[in-house]
Design a protein around this ligand. Sequence first.
Ligand code: S3P
Length: 167
Amino acid sequence: MLRPVVLVGMMGAGKTAVGTVLARMLGVPFRDSDDEIVRAAQMEIPEIFARDGEAFFRARETEVLGRLMGAEPAVISTGGGAFMNATNRDLIARHGVSVWLQADVEVLWNRVRHKTTRPLLRTADPKGTLAALLAEREPLYALADLEVGSAPGLTVEGMAQKVIAAL
Ligand code: S3P
């Protein structure tokens, strides 16, 4: 594998879970842009959003991606909003292969509904917010090099195999 494989897609799409297994299968390191931001800031994501705002978080996200894309080949999981930014898309396109992990809103909602780690879903109607974000973002995720969809009964390993088959 010569180019980093960059997983993009919504919160709950399985980027971290699939990415971890995929990296193991490919024998390369796994990196997670959210984790790198948290480590550098020494704050969790909701805290960063609350204290410094989303724009600050997005700037850190672009910095981290720039660093990860220039480093050794790896499987890189990005935060759900990362691929919305043209600079990030360009960085990813120049250095790596992007893979959109696709899932419908019911699947996504079932995975994120009990978690409190996503500040963007702290609204009066989080499921509606998730659906609206998905609708807004889908056209941009569709710009990824590859698209791999989750299906009922498909395991994380199965999804990682599907990504490998598509590479
Ligand atoms: C975000 C997704 C999160 C995290 C932040 C913003 C988004 O990452 O980067 O809460 O804009 O969709 P995950 O996609 O890993 O949940």
